[in-house]
Design a protein around this ligand. Sequence first.
Ligand code: ZN
Length: 443
Amino acid sequence: MSGDSAAHSVPGASLAASLDSDGIGGAIYALAAELYPICRSITGGGVRETLRILSQHAPIVQHEVPTGTPVLDWTVPKEWVIRDAWIKNAAGERVVDFQKHNLHVLNYSTPIRATLPLAELKKNIFTLPEQPDLIPYRTSYYNERWGFCMAQRSLDALPDGEYEVCVDSDLKDGSLTYGEFVHRGASEEEVLLSVHTCHPSLANDNCSGMALLALLAGRMAGLKTRYTYRFLFAPGTIGAITWLALSGDAAKRIKHGLVMSCVGDRGGFTYKRTKRGNARIDRVMSRVLRGRDANVIDFFPYGYDERQYNSPGFDLDVGLFQRTQFATFPEYHTSGDNLDFIDAASLAESYRVVVAVIEALETERRYLNTSPHGEPQLGRRGLYAAIGGDKDSYAKSMAMLWVLNLSDGDHSLQDIADRAGAELAVIEETALLLERAGLLKAL
Ligand code: ZN
């Protein structure tokens, strides 16, 4: 299949046009708002309920992997069931109430039922003294303990005395749940789009990413594409590790990918490159973000599941796409990351960036140099004559050398134009000339 013949289901319409609509931002926001109240964790009913809702928008298949399954260097953990959690004062009033905000319970908390003096209770309470009105998001996945999270100001307001505490939860053998939709394209080569599903009521991190990806997946479902697209909805770290462990050959087919989180806030864009740093997805991302308020940064092995995908045993070319970079906004991992922190316009803009990336991957033309060992002899083929002795001949011969050198099947003509600092039209014209001379083969 040649690079410029990607088929679309709507004749004459670009893939981007087929995926877009005026109401897309509002639709993503509404779906994120529907997901927001659910108490998710790395395992348990919250993730299942989330995937059930997302499945109304895309044909996402739920997979269950039993507790105790070995996955790479890890083991699928127990399933967390949370029913209620509260702290009551001497009058029997709930002064901390999971029903009011699910961040109030330490995520993955073991069960507890006790009456304790305030000083003792405080050892199991997490607050943010620097942001005294916000509830922190805290987890304790791999260290079994109980706990609560609350605003420092609310804690300060509690008088000394005895408090009754209850975390009505179970940690039991069950399974880890992840969702997946594979959209088959003409090629077996895959593009991975991955979001984490494990955070409870945090709107930007990552109701925004889950909602954006599900609506994109739903719209892709009816379209013909060149690549196969794998949409993965999995709990952070352990979910990606589980998928990688069980993926068999699928991981080897992934050629490009993006992890998405925090795509709904009003800040500029952040793109964190793959470990390789100059993968095709990195070049496409830089191009799509050019001219926008965007910060493109190098890979580092902390953040979201790009860490797992870029681990040396897999080395997949997967970058991270966000608006404001994680851990740099004050609302990050607090109750401040609520539905007021994201908006439809920002979600729509993020969606359009992802669509533009897909459009670029689908349509950018790439060639293979058919004589790649050393430079081919251009004079013998009359190619120097073809570019003539006019004042542009130096630029034209440079364009020829760039196209030949970078036509490795990975670099597109746009990539070559960027690298050469040349107009795309000049690079395209050169590629045509070289193709006619039999020195290039279209992919
Ligand atoms: Zn997070």
